[in-house]
Design a binder for this molecule. Structure first.
Ligand code: NAI
Length: 550
C-alpha cells in the first residue's frame, strides 16, 4: 500500500500505525528510524503485550479505557485483540461495560472520536459533515442520547454508544472500519445531574419540542444523502416514541434503520424460532405477553407479526396473539394514554396493573421483558408462567445487567428447570440439580453487524423488515442441536465472525431478490461476503513518490 504520510504523522495515524511491527525497509522508506524501538515484532508478540497489560487492569471500565486508547493509536491491533476472543472482549467494548462508560463519558473522555452535531448548527449540517476526513462513509450510527440502554436520558454522555456500536460492525461481521462514522446529535438533555456537571460535554439546555427536533433530524438525514450518497443511517438509543416515529418518517425514502426497533426484534425472533424448536411447536401456536411497550417492545411485536403473516396468518390474527403491559398496566382497548403504534396491541380485556393477574388471565406461553426494570419478573411471575406452561419461555432482555427482568438462576430455580430463558446480557451457565443450563444472550450484535455487512456488500438502497426476519432465521439455524438441548437459543460467541458471514450471505441474497442491490449479483454469495471482510492485518507500506527520501 502506497501512502503519503511520513515520519511522526504516520505514527499518529491509528489506521496506518504498526507501532513495533514496521520492517527495516518501512522504517527507512517512511522516515521513522529512531522514532520507534529498533525491532520488528510480529502481531502475535504485540498481542501478548496487550494481553499482559490488560491483565494488570482490575475493572472492566479500566480495560475499556485501555482498549479505546489502543484504538486511538493502533486500529489494526485493537481489532486483532477484540476479534481474537469476541466472547471475552465484546462485553468490554460494548454491553455491559459501555453503560458504565457512558455514565462517566465526560469524566473519562480523552480524545475525540466520531462527530458531534449540535442543534445550534442548524442550517450548516452539510458543511459540517464535509469536515469528516473520509469521503466514502457507508454507515452513520446516530443517537441523541435520549434513552441510552436502560439508563434513560444521558445526553452527550450517550456519544459512547454509536462509537461502541460501530466497532461491532467490524469486530462481529468484518465491515471495514474506515467506512464507519459515529455521530452524536446534540438536542440538549433533561438530565439535571449532567446539566450541572462541569465536565459534561453537551449543550446545557433542556430538550426542544418534538417538531423542532424532527426538523433538525430532517436536515441531517437529507445532508447525509448529498455528502455520503452510499450511506445507511443507523438510529440508536433514541426515546421509544422518537425511535418509531423517525423510522416511519424515513424508512421508505432513505437507507435507514433503527437497531432498537428492528435489531432487537430480529434477535428476539431468532430466540423464539429456537424456543419453538425446543418445544416442538410453531411460532403461530404461541401467545406473547410483553413487559414494556417502548421502541424495543413495539419493534419486536411488529416484526413478530410480520413473521407470523409470512407463515399464513392475517395481520389481525397475528396481532391478537400479542399482549403488552407497560408502566400503566395492561394495554387494553379502554386505555386513553396510548400512542398510535401501541393501539394494535390494545385488545378487549379488563384493565389491570397486576402483571401476575394478566398472566393468569391471558395465559401467554412467552413473556418478554423490555421494560428497563431489573427484577420485574418476580418469583410469583415465573411460578405463574410455570403453572400454565410445561416449558415457559422467559426472555429478560433489558440491559445493562442489573436491569434484566430476572437472572437465569432465578428463572431456572423458580420454574424448577422448566424455563427456556435468554437475557439481553451474557450470564454464566447455571448448574441446578445435576443439570447444566446455558442461558443465551439475546444481543443485537448477532443481527445488526450481519445486516450491516449485507447492506455494505450489496450497497442496498433500503433496509426492510424482511431483512431482519431473514437474519433472525440465519442466526437461529446456526445453533447446533446438542446446544439447543441444553437450552441455548443463540450461537456461541467464540465463532461470531463466521456466524455473521453466513447470516449476511442470507440477507444479501434477499437484497438481490428484492431488487434493492446497487451492485451486480455474484454467483457465490458466501464468497462474495467474504471478499468484503476486513482482516486485522498490517499491510506492507511503501512511501509515495513525493515523500520518498525526505
Ligand atoms: P423505552 O423507554 O422505549 O420503553 C420502556 C417501556 O417499559 C415503556 O413502555 C414503559 O412504559 C415500560 N415500563 C417502564 N417501567 C415499567 C414498569 N415498572 N412496569 C411495566 N412496564 C414498564 O425503552 P426500549 O427502547 O423499548 O428499551 C427497553 C429495554 O430493552 C432497555 O433496557 C434496553 O436496554 C433493552 N434493549 C435490549 C436489547 C437487547 O438486545 N437485548 C436491544 C434494545 C433494547
Amino acid at each position: 500500500m502506497t501512502i503519503s504520510k511520513h515520519g511522526i504523522d504516520l505514527l499518529r495515524d491509528p489506521s496506518l500505525n504498526k507501532s513495533t511491527a514496521f520492517t527495516e525497509a518501512e522504517n527507512r522508506a517512511l522516515g521513522i528510524v529512531g522514532l520507534v524501538p529498533d525491532v520488528t515484532e510480529t502481531m502475535d508478540v504485540q498481542l501478548s503485550r496487550v494481553m499482559a497489560q490488560l491483565g494488570h487492569k482490575t475493572t472492566d471500565l479500566e480495560r475499556y479505557i485501555y482498549l479505546v486508547n489502543l484504538l486511538d493509536h493502533n486500529e489494526t491491533l485493537f481489532y486483532r485483540t477484540v476479534m481474537s476472543d469476541p466472547a471475552r472482549f465484546l462485553p468490554i467494548v460494548y454491553d455491559p461495560t459501555i453503560g458504565e462508560a457512558c455514565l462517566k463519558f465526560g469524566h473519562i473522555y480523552r480524545q475525540t472520536r466520531g462527530m458531534y452535531l449540535s442543534m445550534t448548527r442548524r442550517g450548516s449540517v452539510k458543511e459540517i459533515l464535509r469536515n469528516w476526513p473520509q469521503k466514502d462513509v457507508r454507515f452513520i450510527c446516530v443517537t441523541d442520547g435520549g434513552r441510552i440502554l436502560g439508563l434513560g436520558d444521558l445526553g452527550a454522555n450517550g456519544a459512547g454508544i454509536p462509537i461502541g456500536k460501530l466497532q461491532l460492525y467490524t469486530a462481529c461481521a468484518g465491515v471495514p472500519p474506515q467506512y464507519l462514522l459515529p455521530m452524536y446529535l446534540d438536542a440538549g438533555t433533561n438530565n439535571e445531574q449532567y446539566l450541572h456537571d462541569p465536565l459534561y460535554l453537551g449543550m446545557r439546555k433542556t430538550r426542544p419540542p418534538t417538531e423542532e427536533l424532527y426538523s433538525f433530524v430532517d436536515e441531517f438525514v437529507e445532508a447525509v444523502q448529498e455528502v455520503f450518497p452510499k450511506c445507511c443511517v443507523h438510529f440508536e438509543d433514541w426515546t421509544g416514541v422518537d425511535a418509531i416515529h423517525l423510522l416511519e418518517r424515513y424508512r421508505d425514502k432513505y437507507c435507514v434503520y433503527n437497531d432498537d426497533v428492528q435489531g432487537t426484534a430480529g434477535i428476539t425472533l431468532a430466540g423464539m424460532i429456537n424456543a419453538v424448536k425446543i418445544k416442538g411447536t410453531r411460532l403461530k401456536d404461541e401467545k406473547y405477553l410483553f413487559l414494556g411497550a417502548g421502541s424495543a417492545g413495539i419493534g419486536l411485536a411488529n416484526l413478530l407479526c410480520s413473521a407470523l403473516v409470512a407463515q399464513g396468518m392475517t395481520l389481525k390474527e397475528a396481532q391478537s396473539r400479542v399482549y403488552m403491559f407497560d408502566i400503566n398496566g395492561l394495554l387494553e382497548s379502554t386505555r386513553t394514554d396510548l400512542v398510535d403504534f401501541q393501539r394494535p396491541y390494545a385488545h378487549r380485556h379488563a384493565p389491570t396493573r397486576d402483571f401476575v393477574a394478566a398472566i393468569e388471565s391471558i395465559k401467554p406461553t412467552t413473556i418478554i421483558g423490555v421494560s428497563t426494570v431489573g427484577g420485574a419478573f418476580t418469583q410469583a411471575v415465573i411460578e405463574a408462567m410455570s403453572r400454565i406452561n410445561e416449558r415457559p419461555v422467559v426472555l429478560a432482555l433489558s440491559n445493562p445487567t442489573e436491569k434484566a427482568e430476572c437472572t437465569p438462576e432465578q428463572a431456572y430455580t423458580w420454574s424448577k428447570g422448566k424455563a427456556i430463558y435468554a437475557a439481553g446480557v451474557q450470564f454464566p451457565p447455571v448448574h441446578l440439580n445435576g443439570q447444566t443450563f446455558l442461558p443465551g444472550q439475546a444481543n443485537n450484535f448477532y443481527i445488526f453487524p450481519a445486516v450491516g455487512m449485507a447492506i455494505f456488500a450489496t450497497q442496498a438502497l433500503r433496509v426492510t423488515d424482511e431483512m431482519f426476519i431473514e437474519a433472525a432465521g440465519g442466526v437461529a439455524d446456526q445453533v447446533a442441536p446438542e446446544l439447543l438441548r441444553q437450552g441455548l437459543l443463540y450461537p456461541p460467541q467464540a465463532n461470531i465472525l463466521e456466524t455473521e458471514i453466513q447470516t449476511a450471505a442470507r440477507v444479501a441474497t434477499l437484497v438481490f431478490d428484492s431488487g434493492l442491490a446497487r451492485v451486480p449479483r455474484p454467483a457465490d454469495m458466501v464468497a462474495f461476503i467474504r471478499s468484503h471482510v476486513y482482516k486485522p492485518e498490517y499491510p506492507a507500506l511503501a512511501a509515495a513518490e513525493a515523500t520518498r527520501g525526505r
